[in-house]
Every structure is written in C-alpha cells, then in structure tokens.
Design a protein around this ligand. Structure first.
Ligand code: AMP
Length: 188
C-alpha cells in the first residue's frame, strides 16, 4: 500500500496530476474540495456549511473537514492506497491524519509539493474560472484570499513533513507530461 499527499497552492495542478497518478498506481483519489462540492450539489447540511466558507475562499473549519475525511476513507476499505488531494491544509489536519492512519496501520509515504509562483496561480485560476463553473475561481478577490489562506495556514505544513523526511518539492510549471514525470521520479 502506498499513500500520497498531493500538496500545493490552489491552481498548482493537484487535481489534474491526481488523475494520471490514479491510473499509474491504482490509488483512490480523495479530494476534499470535490467532496465538499458534491455535498453542495446535493444540498446536504455539510454542503451548506462548507459553501459559506468556500464562497469567500476561506478554509472550512478543521473539525468539520477532519470528520468528513475520516468518513470518506472508511467508505473505501478495499482501496490499495490513497491520494489525498487538498488535505491536509493545516497542521491540525496533518496531525489528525497521522493519528488516524496509524490506528489503521497505514501511513503517508510521500508528500508531493507542487511549486508554482503566485502570479501564475492567479492566471491559471481565473482562466479555469471561465469554464469550471466554480464561483471561487471566477472572482479575483476570492482567488487571492485562497492563496493567502494557503500561505498562512497550509504552507507551514512543509516544515511538518520536512521533519518527517516526506516532503518532495516538485516544479509545477511546465507541460503536464513533464510535471507527471517529475512526480513519478519523486515517488521512486
Ligand atoms: P479545492 O478544490 O482543493 O481548491 O478546495 C476548494 C475549497 O474547499 C477551499 O478553498 C476550501 O474552502 C475548501 N477545502 C477543501 N479542502 C479543505 C481542507 N482540507 N481544509 C479546509 N477547507 C478545505
């Protein structure tokens, strides 16, 4: 079993690369953003709560996100491993994930950190907003707030995983194929 975290700011290409990684390693792709959006589309209580944060580009509170993540993992007892995409995003989430996986005799092998400059991220997100149907991609203030949330709450996780020798920095600028190649060599 191999469990990966796809790490990086919004617009770094986590979701796109996850699709190729799933195909190559036969892992279950768990994107917390996708699960929240599904809940919003189904108008569940969780969806409505998450939406009130997502519309502003704020992080959904840890307690809610961690509970949801655990329940999504438990729905997949047959999975050969997971790609966590967009989770963890805070140190509290990372600690909760480690404890939760340890209970199941599982662990994270690699944290693949896609590195892309802020200006390029804004360009990509606003461009994606023209077709993604995601309100949080279409508004420049919301896009910048998401990057701000990343820099203040999520980027500190790099130290957390560096200390565990799991952080693999990947240049996230280039062709999809080139970036995929870099990810594969980082997994080794
Ligand atoms: P994403 O699809 O990963 O860009 O996530 C979209 C939005 O969902 C984020 O801007 C947050 O509001 C929320 N979200 C997704 N994952 C998390 C997480 N791990 N912790 C808190 N909020 C999250």
């Amino acid at each position: 079993m191999i469990n990966l975290v796809l790490f990086g700011p919004p617009g770094a290409g986590k979701g796109t690369q996850a699709v190729s990684l799933v195909e190559k390693y036969n892992l279950y792709h768990l994107s917390t953003g996708d699960v929240f959006r599904y809940n919003i589309s189904q108008k569940t209580e969780l969806g409505m709560l998450a939406k009130s944060y997502m519309d502003k580009g704020d992080l959904v509170p840890d307690e809610v996100t961690i509970k949801m993540l655990k329940s999504e993992v438990e729905k997949q007892p047959e999975a050969a491993g997971f790609i966590f995409d967009g989770f963890p995003r805070t140190v509290a989430q990372a600690e909760a994930l480690d404890a939760f996986l340890a209970d199941k005799e599982m662990k994270i092998e690699h944290v693949l950190s896609l590195e892309v400059p802020d200006e390029e991220l804004v360009k990509r997100l606003l461009n994606r907003g023209k077709t993604s149907g995601r309100a949080d991609d279409a508004n420049q203030d919301v896009v910048w707030n998401r990057i701000k949330e990343y820099n203040s709450k999520t980027a500190p996780l790099k130290n957390f995983y560096e200390e565990q020798s799991k952080l693999r920095g990947i240049n996230g600028v280039g062709s999809l194929n080139d970036i995929f190649g870099r990810l594969i060599s980082a997994i080794g």
